[in-house]
Design a protein around this ligand. Sequence first.
Ligand code: NAD
Length: 411
Amino acid sequence: MDRYQKFASSGLGRQLVRRLGLPNPHPLRRDAALATPVLVGGASRLSFLKQLETGSAPHGALVFDASDISSVSDLRQLHDFFHPVITQLGPCGRVIVIGRSPDSVAQRALEGFVRSVGKELRRGGTANLVYVADGAEDGVESTLRFLLSGRSAYVSGQVITVSAASPTGTLEGKVALVTGASRGIGEAIATALGRDGAHVICLDVPAAGEDLSKVANAVGGSALQLDITGDPARLTSYLLERHGGVDVVVHNAGITRDKTLARMDSSLWDSVLEVNLACQERINTALLEGDVLRAGGRIVGVSSIAGIAGNVGQTNYATSKAGVIGMVNSLAPVLAARGATINAVAPGFIETKMTAAVPLMTREVGRRMNSLSQGGLPVDVAETVAWFASPGSGGVNGNVVRVCGQMLLGA
Ligand code: NAD
């Protein structure tokens, strides 16, 4: 809980929040348990939904399968299902709408509904839409488990596509590489993937060696001191010689060198574009051309809300982070053809050393300007990466999911 949250939950704070209409952040549940009981409505296309625990109000989750909605008048079904029960959703409740494809009037309309519900929910609730393509019905379980659990605490207002069926399984016996793993979000990603059974290779620059070893020991993985801007052959040789390849690659390492464009010299531009984008492209090429990424592999990029909305003083950073989205779009079909996937997370305001250094007022605005009225934690980004990385997410390809509590920027 941040200081404002503590104040808002005190006696005086509660009164002021109510009277002045101040943000009212609710503590988020972040555990793996599914939000139950679940009230399910609409079409009965997904067998997974039939396994969920049902019961009377308050509901943990409201799930509506809108797959059969094909006309504007059909959209009324959304109102008919949600209107009587939306106030019966418990704390940290989940609203999930299932669609089929965004390529029709009525199906695309689902996005506006879900995004608005996300903004109306109180007490830590989230709302998300999952388009499940025909034939991908058996690939949806990992995504619905993620969205129904506390692991998606800071993911709201998102549209996810599941485009193929997928086997299930765990990361046991798999090898995962996480760049920039010595601290912050990278450390949290390494921890989540280690928990899920992967052997995690924690990579960071030699200057971060001490912290890196601590993280690698804590997750039972290995430490690799390497600057990613160097020759990618050093990395691929290491992966092949030590592990015979790699199953999961998370391009988390990133830097900021902020200045308005007028004050930004070319070295600030070059360094950010190099670390955040160019070397990641080179590594991907080396991984694919050398067959280092094994069958069923996963590549996960780390974009940013700045790459979607833009930001003052971050022309270099936002360019690089928008490029990460381009990397996902252009490589998704290439990886699908190899039975692999590429996706990205786009974090919003995450409580890290990076954001702690932001001036107080700017920080406070960034932290509250979202539907959950609070900053996210590194673990929120990490859990989203772990969902992309899981073997059950083989049908989740080409997605960019914002971990931003439905931030107003770029909405
Ligand atoms: P951080 O600065 O705490 O960690 C980044 C790590 O990357 C560091 O350990 C650093 O040593 C490593 N690194 C940098 N250059 C490297 C290189 N050339 N080779 C190897 N390692 C290198 O940052 P963070 O806040 O944990 O952010 C992690 C990622 O999330 C970054 O890509 C960042 O752009 C992105 N992101 C963060 C936020 C946020 O709110 N913190 C928001 C949006 C996106």
